[in-house]
Design a protein around this ligand. Sequence first.
Ligand SMILES: *[C@@H]1O[C@H](CO)[C@@H](O)[C@H](O)[C@H]1NC(C)=O
Ligand SMILES: *[C@@H]1O[C@H](CO)[C@@H](O)[C@H](O)[C@H]1NC(C)=O
Ligand SMILES: *[C@@H]1O[C@H](CO)[C@@H](O)[C@H](O)[C@H]1NC(C)=O
Ligand SMILES: *[C@@H]1O[C@H](CO)[C@@H](O)[C@H](O)[C@H]1NC(C)=O
Length: 265
Amino acid sequence: MWKVVILICVSMCHYSTTNNVTANSDRNLLIVNGTVITINERPYQVALNFHYIPFIYADFVCGGVIIGKKWILTAAHCLDKAKVVRAGTSCSTWWGKMFNMKETYVHPNYTRVPLRNDVAILELDEDIEYSDEIQPIEMMTGLEKIPDNEDDYEIVVSGYGLPSFKSKEEDCGLKKIVVKTISRDECKQHYKTLLDNQICAINKTSSTCQGDSGGPLTMTAWDNGKIKLFLMGISSFGDDCKVNEPMVFSYIPSFLGWIKYITKL
Ligand SMILES: *[C@@H]1O[C@H](CO)[C@@H](O)[C@H](O)[C@H]1NC(C)=O
Ligand SMILES: *[C@@H]1O[C@H](CO)[C@@H](O)[C@H](O)[C@H]1NC(C)=O
Ligand SMILES: *[C@@H]1O[C@H](CO)[C@@H](O)[C@H](O)[C@H]1NC(C)=O
Ligand SMILES: *[C@@H]1O[C@H](CO)[C@@H](O)[C@H](O)[C@H]1NC(C)=O
């Protein structure tokens, strides 16, 4: 299946400089060295597919996140190819429930080179029915109280992406990695064009990879006396799936005003 994706990529990916941040699909992220999970663990994760033919295989493009009954967040650069949303599935190309898009809203300041404001909102043409496999996640405001106990504080990224750079391996499964965020200054040493509305995370042995773009970065924080998950970022790009290199995310609190203006959530 990846052959198709890779062929599309060869004809569409024009940007490949090492230090310049680009929307090269080669940098659309999948997870290297992640832990395989089922959708029940991250029911707000969705897959974006290239087309929809009932009961027939549909190519996978990107990840996305459910934030409301008819609202999905993803990366703006995913909209080149993404046509339908597949929710409630542990496999990016089969099962789950498909939704058509009624409208797409790309961030007005989105740029491809360098890749900035890489956020888009998808409005579905019907309401999502929530279940154990399909749930929304609350967006982080930036005012949350972070748990003092380190064991309670966890930042996780998930996706259906490739297990290695330009991999041809067929693997539709959902994976996650636990990551640590790093300072913007440290990240700027890798990606010079970074803005304040981008946040970076790293893991020594794992990385996001092609196909992970648009998916959720989550963090734990206090909410009414309980520790709960919040959406902290949307996967944007990385450095060719290399482990121990920063992965870059659009930082949700910076985009909250625009997202609420569009969705009225
Ligand atoms: C980044 O892009 C600029 C403008 O396109 C170019 O002049 C520069 O050489 C690029 N830098 C690298 C490291 O590729
Ligand atoms: C886009 O950028 C302009 C200029 O910096 C800014 O005034 C505007 O608020 C931005 N739009 C959004 C939706 O953030
Ligand atoms: C990196 O990922 C590995 C494997 O998923 C995990 O065991 C480890 O705790 C992670 N490291 C950090 C710093 O989050
Ligand atoms: C995956 O993780 C293992 C152990 O954590 C490490 O030895 C290996 O190098 C990692 N794979 C890659 C591609 O980095």
